[in-house]
Design a protein around this ligand. Structure first.
Ligand SMILES: [Zn+2]
Length: 297
């Protein structure tokens, strides 16, 4: 029997987006910045649910579901590509390439604070499936609201904006071959995954991803995930120019120590509001110095 008390996403209520992103992140957080265009030689900094007021320098409450910007090394792109090519020829499995990045980080080559001139934001919604899809954001009202939220990012000057729709399934009762059952259920669910993307002339991106739990464990530990499907890549919707709020964002990032990695996650403490960064999308891996539990939402 399924544990009704278990904290599955399909019954997570208000915090479904946060929990689903946290669980989906275990395997896929690195895919999201790449899906919206940050690929080598660029790295990225990104954050889930950072406060609007710290990004846009405004008093309005609320979060930006996902925000990301590019990172680079202090040496040229050509040099990075040459180093990676040499590493690949030594070791096709990729370990030497990892070593190139580790060494560049250790040697202090990650440029910090990062250039904030080109920022991407993502609106995230989660729908859930038992025998049909629920909370699908398909209604006219939900689409208008989604569009409105993406429009706000565009009006602030965010350069590219996308909508990520995550689908999660209620775990099946199957106790034998649970993985197979969850995988089949995910296939079935995703074949009828609703299209919640609002009609718009603006080149907002549209991304989808799916995740299934098993009756043995939560989505992050057990279950099946899909990769991100890019229905539409986010286009450049604002010129890459200095915005009023860039100064504050740059200063806030500059308060953090120089990272040792080209790709980093920014976490915001729910208690003292300080930012910190690390190589894991899981805030519990890098607790805040104030001692607050990262799970206090
Ligand atoms: Zn704190």
């Amino acid at each position: 029997m399924i544990h009704e008390s278990a904290n599955y996403l399909w019954n997570a209520g208000q915090l479904r987006e946060r929990h689903s992103i946290a669980r989906w992140s275990f395997g896929h957080a690195n895919e999201l910045p790449m899906a919206i265009g940050f690929t080598l030689p660029r790295g990225w900094w990104c954050g889930f649910f950072l406060s609007r007021r710290f990004i846009f320098d405004e008093t309005q409450n609320g979060d930006v579901d996902f925000v990301a910007g590019p990172m680079r090394y202090s040496f040229s792109d050509e040099e990075l590509i040459d180093r990676l090519r040499a590493a690949r020829s030594q070791d096709p499995r990729g370990f030497e390439e990892l070593r190139v990045h580790l060494k560049a980080g250790q040697d202090g080559h990650v440029v910090w604070p990062p250039d904030v001139a080109e920022i991407v934001a993502c609106k995230i919604k989660t729908s859930w499936f038992d025998t049909q899809w629920h909370r699908t954001h398909e209604s006219a009202g939900a689409r208008t609201e989604l569009l409105g939220q993406m429009d706000i990012s565009r009006q602030r000057g965010i350069n590219r904006v996308a909508f990520l729709h995550i689908g999660v399934t209620k775990p099946t009762e199957e106790r034998v071959e649970t993985w197979k059952a969850s995988s089949q259920q995910l296939d079935m669910a995703m074949s009828s995954f609703p299209n919640a993307f609002p009609d718009t002339e603006i080149a907002y991106g549209h991304l989808k991803a799916g995740m299934a739990a098993t009756c043995d464990g939560l989505e992050s530990m057990a279950g099946t995930h899909t990769y991100i499907t890019i229905e539409r890549s986010p286009g450049l919707i604002n010129p890459i120019i200095e915005q009023r709020w860039h100064k504050q964002l740059r200063a806030r990032l500059a308060e953090l120590p120089q990272p040792g990695y080209l790709n980093i996650f920014i976490h915001e403490c729910p208690k003292c509001w300080k930012w910190r960064h690390g190589s894991s999308p899981d805030p519990a891996q890098q607790p805040c110095i104030c001692g607050a539990s990262p799970l206090d939402l």
